[in-house]
Design a protein around this ligand. Structure first.
Ligand code: HEM
Length: 218
């Protein structure tokens, strides 16, 4: 176990598995959020089920997610330090063959998400950050509408979702490559499954602040 943990491949596997746990959560979270388009009763009813009969499942999910995020961040940090130590002097000339905007922005995008997640939890879960001045526990619909009517809040979420979409596009692809589920392909930039997943999550999450900011959901 210790040899696995200390090896670079072991750390990459831990990153991949913890990332996939995060993606699974995000798919459920996005599907939950989209119920906002079915009205306040539907969304708030769903939240009431999560905090009522399913409270223990949500608690278990929180523990798994917290461990996954900590592992993901610690492994990212350790792998970055290893890569830097292995090549203390940068390349004079660098011609990437299969790099994308998403792959080049993994570290900065990851840091942005690390700023977004605590803000988001203090905003919607605990209500400690109240851009609209009000927060009603259980009224997820009302809290979202009041917040995303404020342009900077909607803009902040839309920007964070761009970082999320890029991070997911590269992460979804690289995690299955690391785990050996998908082998090398003749066209390394042809990644339809990762593209569909990242686009679906990006669109699904972005739809909520945009629809509220534009007054379609009120
Ligand atoms: C526009 C996009 C998003 C909206 C509108 C949104 C909305 C919400 C709301 C309303 C809650 C509180 C639910 C409740 O307490 O009943 C929540 C919780 C949460 N969200 Fe989001 N979310 C978005 C994107 C994200 C993203 C991208 C992530 C992760 C990268 C994320 C992670 C979380 C977490 C970890 C919680 C706490 C879950 C818990 O209490 O166990 N959210 N979100």
């Amino acid at each position: 176990m210790l040899r696995f943990y200390r090896s670079t491949v072991g750390k990459k596997i831990l990153m991949a598995v913890s990332g996939i746990i995060g993606i699974a959560f995000l798919i459920l979270h996005m599907l939950g959020n989209l119920q906002i388009f079915q009205g306040p009763a539907k969304l708030n009813g769903y939240a009431a089920i999560l905090h009522g009969p399913l409270a223990e499942v949500v608690l278990a999910q929180r523990v798994v997610l917290l461990v996954a995020v900590v592992v993901h961040v610690v492994m990212a940090w350790q792998l970055t330090m290893r890569a830097r130590a292995a090549r203390p002097v940068g390349y004079v000339e660098r011609r990437s063959q299969a790099a994308t905007l998403a792959s080049r922005t993994m570290r900065i995008g990851g840091v942005l998400l690390l700023v977004f997640i605590p803000f988001h939890i203090l905003h919607f879960t605990t209500g400690d950050i109240r851009p609209a001045g009000t927060f009603t526990p259980g009224n997820v619909y009302g809290n979202a509408v009041a917040s995303f009517r404020i342009p900077w809040v909607a803009a902040f979420y839309v920007a964070a979702m761009i970082a999320l979409g890029l991070h997911l596009y590269h992460g979804a692809w690289s995690s299955v490559r690391t785990l050996g589920i998908a082998g090398p392909r003749p066209h390394p930039l042809h990644r339809p499954a990762a593209l569909v997943l990242a686009l679906a999550l990006w669109l699904g999450f972005t739809a909520v602040p945009v629809a509220i900011a534009l007054g379609w959901v009120r």
